[in-house]
Design a protein around this ligand. Structure first.
Ligand SMILES: NC(=O)c1ccc[n+]([C@@H]2O[C@H](COP(=O)([O-])OP(=O)(O)OC[C@H]3O[C@@H](n4cnc5c(N)ncnc54)[C@H](O)[C@@H]3O)[C@@H](O)[C@H]2O)c1
Ligand SMILES: O=c1ccn([C@@H]2O[C@H](COP(=O)(O)OP(=O)(O)O[C@H]3O[C@H](CO)[C@@H](O)[C@H](O)[C@H]3O)[C@@H](O)[C@H]2O)c(=O)[nH]1
Length: 328
C-alpha cells in the first residue's frame, strides 16, 4: 500500500516525501516537473506526468496500490494568478477534480490537500481562525477555496475523506541541507532576500510601504517547511485513524513585516542587503497571521522550528551551498 504524493518534486512536496520515507512509508510521486526537480525526490517511485492527463493518472493507480493521496501539485503564485486567472483555474481546479475523479474510480478515499492562507483574503481578525470569513483577494486563493468546497461535498456524499491544510508562508530547508527551495523564477520573499545577499540580484524590491501596518509593509506568518511536512504526516495519521475530515491553519501565530524579515536576514547572513521600495503587488493582503490552535489540539502538531532567525538560517544554509539550486 502506497501514499501518492502529487507535486512531490516541488518545495513542500519534496520535504514531505522525505519525512514519509523516514517513516518507512511506501511512496509514489507524480510531478510534471514544470516547477519541481527530479533531484529533490529522495526515494519512492517517480512518474513524470500531468494530473490533467486522465490516462497517465489511471496508469499510476493501476500500477500501484494507492491507499491515500497527499496533493501538492498546483500553481501557487498570488501575483501571477491575478495576471492569468485561467491558468490557475485550469491547473488547480481542473487538475484536482481529475485527481478526485480518479480516486473515486479506484476507491481511494483519503486525501490531504494543500490549501492556503490566501483563502481568507483581507482578514477581519488576527490571528485568523479556520471559521473566519473566506473572501480571497486573488484567483489563486479562489481556486483553492473552490477545491475545499468540492471536498466538503464529496465528503458529504461519502466519496472522500479529506484534511485541508491552510498553510501560511512556507520557508526554510531541510536541516541536513540535502533539499531546499528552488523556484524559477523565484518570487518568494526569503529566497529573494538571500539571493540578494549572495549578489545574485542587485536588491530586494519591497512591494509597497503604504499598507496599514506599523512600518507600512505587509505582514506574514513564516512557517518552517519541515514543520509543514510533519503536519502532513499527522494529518495522514488522523485520516487513517478516524477518517474524519477537517480544515486546519498551519502557521506560527507570529507576524513579521517585509522590513522585519529583511532585518533578520541581514543579522543571519551578516551581509548588508540593498533594498528599494516599489509598487504594491496585485492581490496581496496586508496582514496574514494564523491561529494554529486547532491543528495543535486535533492533529497534535507541535512546530519545532518556530524562530524566524532559525528558519532563515536553514534557508541560508541551502542557498549558499547550492548557488544554482538543483542545477549543478
Ligand atoms: N510555498 C508556500 O508558501 C505555500 C503556502 C500555502 C500553500 N501552498 C501550496 O502548497 C503546494 C506546494 O507549494 P510549493 O511551494 O511546494 O510549490 P512548488 O511549485 O514548489 O511545487 C508544486 C509542484 O507541483 C508540480 N505540478 C504543478 N502542477 C502540476 C500538474 N498539473 N501535474 C503534475 N505536477 C504538477 C510542479 O512541477 C511542482 O513540482 C501548492 O499547492 C501551493 O498552492 C504553498
Ligand atoms: O520580492 C519581493 C517578494 C515578496 N514581497 C512581499 O513579501 C510578502 C511575502 O510574499 P511571498 O513570499 O511572495 O509570499 P505570499 O505572496 O505571501 O504567498 C505565499 O504564502 C501564501 C500563504 O500566505 C501561499 O498561499 C502562497 O502560495 C505563497 O507563495 C508579501 O507581502 C510580498 O508582497 C516583497 O516585498 N518583495
Amino acid at each position: 500500500m502506497a501514499v501518492l504524493v502529487t507535486g512531490g518534486a516541488g518545495y513542500i512536496g519534496s520535504h514531505t516525501v522525505l519525512e514519509l520515507l523516514n517513516r518507512k512509508e511506501k511512496v509514489v510521486v507524480i510531478d510534471n516537473l514544470v516547477k519541481g526537480h527530479r533531484e529533490a525526490i529522495k526515494g519512492g517511485t517517480f512518474y513524470q506526468g500531468d494530473l490533467r492527463d486522465e490516462d497517465f493518472l489511471c496508469n499510476v493507480f493501476e500500477e500501484n496500490e494507492i491507499q491515500e493521496v497527499i496533493h501538492f501539485a498546483a500553481y501557487s503564485l498570488v501575483g501571477e494568478s491575478v495576471e492569468d486567472p485561467i491558468k490557475y483555474y485550469n491547473n488547480n481546479v481542473v487538475g484536482t477534480i481529475q485527481l478526485l475523479s480518479t480516486m473515486k474510480r479506484y476507491g481511494v478515499k483519503n486525501i490531504v490537500f494543500s490549501s492556503t492562507a490566501a483563502v481568507y483574503g483581507e482578514p477581519i481578525n488576527i490571528p485568523i481562525l479556520e471559521e473566519d470569513a473566506t473572501i480571497p483577494t486573488n484567483p489563486y486563493g479562489e481556486s483553492k477555496l473552490a477545491i475545499e468546497k468540492a471536498l466538503k461535498w464529496a465528503n458529504k456524499s461519502g466519496d472522500i475523506n479529506y484534511i485541508a491544510l491552510r498553510y501560511f508562508n512556507a520557508a526554510g530547508a531541510n536541516k541536513d541541507g540535502c533539499i531546499g527551495e528552488d523556484h524559477s523564477p523565484e518570487t518568494h520573499l526569503i529566497p529573494i532576500i538571500l539571493e540578494a545577499a549572495l549578489g545574485k540580484r542587485e536588491r530586494v524590491f519591497i512591494y509597497g510601504d503604504d499598507y496599514d501596518t506599523p512600518d507600512g509593509t505587509c505582514i506574514r506568518d513564516y512557517i518552517h517547511v519541515v514543520d509543514l511536512a510533519e503536519a502532513h504526516i499527522l494529518a495522514l495519521d488522523k485520516l487513517r485513524r478516524e477518517g474524519e475530515s477537517g480544515i486546519y491553519n498551519l502557521g506560527n501565530g507570529r507576524g513579521f513585516s517585509v522590513k522585519e524579515v529583511i532585518d533578520k536576514a541581514k543579522k543571519v547572513t551578516g551581509i548588508n542587503i540593498p533594498v528599494k521600495i516599489g509598487e504594491r503587488r496585485l492581490g496581496d493582503p496586508a496582514v496574514l497571521v494564523a491561529s494554529s490552535k486547532k491543528a495543535k489540539k486535533e492533529l497534535n502538531w507541535n512546530p519545532k522550528y518556530n524562530d524566524l532567525e532559525k528558519i532563515i538560517e536553514d534557508a541560508w544554509n541551502w542557498h549558499k551551498n547550492n548557488l544554482n539550486g538543483y542545477r549543478r
